[in-house]
Design a protein around this ligand. Sequence first.
Ligand SMILES: Nc1nc2c(ncn2[C@@H]2O[C@H](COP(=O)(O)OP(=O)(O)OP(=O)(O)O)[C@@H](O)[C@H]2O)c(=O)[nH]1
Ligand SMILES: [Mg+2]
Length: 400
Amino acid sequence: MTAEKTKPVKVTVVGIGNSGVKIINRLAGLKESGWLNMIAVDTDAESIEKCAIPNKIVADMQWRNGIGCGGDVIKGQRSLGRERPRITELLEDTTLLIVTGGLGGGTATGGAPIFASVAKSRKIPTIFIMTTPFTLEGHSKRRIAEDGVRELLPTVDVLLCLPNDLLFSSLPADFPVGDAFEKADIEVARAILGVSEIMRCKNLLAADFSDFVAIMNKRKSVCSIGVGTAASSDGLNRCHLALERMLESPLLGGAAQMKEADALFLVMTGGPDLNIGETKMAFEIAVKFIGEDSKVIVGTNTDPAYADFVQITAITVKFDKKETKEDLRRNKDFGFDPQSSPVRTTVNHTPMPKDFEQGELPLQNVSKGIFLNTTPVNHNGEDLDVPTYQRRMIIIDKGE
Ligand SMILES: Nc1nc2c(ncn2[C@@H]2O[C@H](COP(=O)(O)OP(=O)(O)OP(=O)(O)O)[C@@H](O)[C@H]2O)c(=O)[nH]1
Ligand SMILES: [Mg+2]
């Protein structure tokens, strides 16, 4: 990491697919995000059209014609695969790549691994901050998201899955749907901003990004992110307020999550007016929320864009005592299991709400075609009368 330290920091944030593009749009709307290199990528021309940032591409226009992937992961994979040269060019000089989008859709689920692969070949560290589908989206979306996680896991440095259910959990039932999506997207955008600030912490920080990756990558862990902000005009003690808001952040999981953490990253960003007294006070209060044996890494940074404003980001990491990342890659059973740990799919992630698990439906949709009324031909537990593509669950790209 020594070589990186001498290079200017260039954090590239890519929003992929409809959801990713909306999040990047929200991120661009935060005035503190001006230092980030933001790129919007989608196979859907309309979504790109609506996006206000200058760096945007409609992927695979020649084959997809700007109509999106309609939930087909293979199409997403192929479309973004064809954009490899353009992606490589876009990531030029990038010090850290952050990718965001919604797992469950075709473009983001299929395309995100292409970014991971290009970044890996260019030795660019990566953080993927992906949302996972709402429970109400059903079993098939969840499966697609799980497969997406499995695909990303071997290539990325850090994968944070933010459950959409959690993003909406703090809102009352009568909250307008449109506003709820906007709020959720801002929450994800804030989390991205908070995580990227780790790259800029010059003061007090006991570790750099390589330590961050080392801690996150050590073994399977449960992570949560909380971001709190406050302006000087919000009250007498803006740091206190920001801390309170951070603790209420839906993705953090409350003070209990901090208490149980094995490691805590705490990053405070403010304008030139941020003084040492309020920084010290905020860190001292925050540290009271965590256990005695936890490793704490704190950092601060100032930027004129944060004038009269403070942002406190907490990333808690709780290691799984049993499973290492290697175990997890080998493990074929990637099902979301809210009982043993909130999400089993990711190395690094936020907790899934208890009711996320949807039971297997007793449906059998495998057709035996013309072999319907014959005695099954079984080999190694497989019914050979069922077409291979159905037994292996291969998705056939019909080129639509
Ligand atoms: N937080 C949030 N999540 C969203 C939003 N829209 C969709 N999602 C989630 O993201 C997942 C993927 O949806 P999209 O982003 O529309 O999919 P895509 O990547 O564009 O893929 P295709 O449309 O199939 O090409 C969905 O299953 C939802 O869980 C949004 O506005 N905000
Ligand atoms: Mg789309």
